[in-house]
Design a protein around this ligand. Structure first.
Ligand SMILES: [Zn+2]
Length: 269
């Protein structure tokens, strides 16, 4: 063998975004759980890949509502346990790539959020954008799809709840709602949950407030729930109510109770 012969070309490997020490993009709790409820939390985490150097932001900016949905990971984790349900959570900050925005939406990778410039997102080239899609957005949604496909094959019912939280004040305006139910084409579960929440203490419940679901601004509900015809709701809880463990547990307890009251009505294969 001629030692000088050229070696076979090594396969070209795209530069990887995630490195050893970065968390996996998808966290699955209660895999295989039997409950019809499936919880997803697109904005549960605030991790930033080490290679992106906190996107050039101080930690306190990532700790704000622009970095993640404050409190929702705790509520979702506790609620999944109480329901014996599966929950799928995204570990990375919405500022790296927003997993509830269509990839062509302006909000997919933002250069500014609630008054804060995001240096690590300025002048992104196509390769950098592609890496965030490939390693963070795609595996998260693929895992949700795999879970839904498996349940459909097994003829198991699924009720999909997209868990979110919202900041109590935006642009100097206080938001009166304790929680909001969001939907687009199918309000059945949203309105049923709204009615139960309104009857549960003195809660002020937004009906498509503080946001509404739309194909232009949302990914998870249109793609995973509406296209499959699954009963669903996007639930928003105000962040000051779930900022600590006691608040998170109280909301998980409340939601587990109300979901239990709705389950038979919405859980058909
Ligand atoms: Zn959110």
């Amino acid at each position: 063998m001629n030692p000088m012969a050229p070696r076979a070309a090594e396969p070209v490997r795209a530069a990887s975004l995630l490195a050893d020490g970065d968390p996996p993009p998808v966290q699955v709790l209660g895999a295989g759980a039997r409950s019809p409820w499936l919880l997803i939390a697109d904005h549960a985490g605030q991790a930033v890949p080490a290679r992106l150097d906190r996107l050039g932001l101080p930690q306190h900016e990532l700790d704000r509502h622009i970095g993640w949905d404050i409190g929702i990971a705790g509520v979702t984790t506790d609620l999944a346990r109480r329901l014996d349900a599966c929950a799928i959570l995204q570990a990375y900050s919405r500022l790296v790539i927003d997993c509830n925005r269509p990839l062509d939406a302006p909000g997919s990778i933002v250069v500014r959020s609630d008054g804060t410039d995001i240096p690590g997102n300025a002048a992104l080239d196509a390769g950098a954008r592609e890496g965030r899609i490939r390693e963070i957005f795609a595996p998260y949604h693929a895992r949700i799809e795999a879970e839904l496909d498996r349940r459909a094959r097994e003829r198991r019912p699924t009720i999909l709840v997209a868990m979110h939280s919202f900041t109590p004040e935006m642009s100097g305006i206080a938001r009166p709602w304790h929680a909001g139910v969001l939907y687009q084409r199918d309000a059945r579960l949203a309105h049923a949950l709204r009615d139960l929440l309104c009857a549960d203490g003195d809660l002020v419940v937004g009906d498509n407030q503080p946001y509404a679901v739309s194909d232009a601004s949302d990914y998870a509900i249109p793609v995973h729930a509406e296209r499959r015809g699954l009963p669903h709701v996007e639930l928003e809880i105000r962040q000051d109510l779930i900022a600590d463990a006691a608040g998170q547990q109280a909301w998980a307890e409340r939601l587990a109770r109300l979901f239990g009251a709705l389950q038979d009505r919405f859980a058909s294969p």
